[in-house]
Write a protein of this length. Structure first.
Length: 196
């Protein structure tokens, strides 16, 4: 894995544990020679993560939509900045460039991107690993909701298991490195072939 997209908040949260986790992940990226692909911001968790990597000589690619390309938001120090027309274009660009996804604590945007990645994987549009760094029990309720979805018959066990979870950056990266995507189901193959 050479490039990983990280989704995370444009805020730091109230607990310093989140900032420290972003620094820890940034250090792990540098140690393993991984290029960060992220939303291009200089604020919040995004800014801390990117700056940690840049300060140690790592590579950071920012992908930001035009309407967010403002001086107070965009990180001017990234290795490469890509400006897209829309949020949707940004997601497509990130998808084309990355080998996998990691989500850190964040808000609506982070949750949207987390579940979009899982949905694309469930439908076999992508087969890239989706990691969740569950810092300070932040995603416990999200993970519980997935269990409810399985229990109530709206989500299959095998699809819930597409989400790789750990509380430490090193452990999560190891799971992602050794991840093997499940084979496509016959039903999905027929649907995809029919659509084309």
């Amino acid at each position: 894995m050479k490039k990983i997209v990280v989704f995370c908040g444009s805020s730091l949260g109230f607990n310093p544990v989140y900032k420290n986790a972003a620094i820890e992940l940034g250090n792990a990226f540098v140690e393993k020679g991984i290029t960060l692909i992220y939303g291009g911001g200089k604020i919040g968790m995004m800014g801390i993560l990117a700056d940690t990597i840049l300060q140690k000589g790592g590579n950071v690619i920012g992908v930001i939509p035009q309407f967010l390309e403002k001086e107070e938001v965009v990180n001017p120090n990234v290795t490469e900045l890509i400006v897209t027309k829309t949020m949707s274009d940004r997601k497509i660009m990130m998808s084309k460039m990355t080998d996998g996804y990691i989500s850190l604590p964040g808000g609506f945007g982070t949750m949207d991107e987390l579940f979009e990645g899982l949905t694309l994987h469930q439908l076999h549009i992508e087969d890239k690993p989706n990691g969740l760094l569950n810092i300070n029990h932040y995603f416990d309720h999200t993970l519980h909701q997935l269990e409810v979805m399985v229990r109530e018959g709206f989500l299959k066990d095998k699809n819930r298991d597409l989400l790789l979870v750990d509380t430490q950056a090193e452990g999560l990266l190891q799971k992602m490195f050794f991840y093997e995507a499940p084979e496509k189901s016959h039903i999905i193959n027929k649907v995809v072939k029919h659509d084309h």
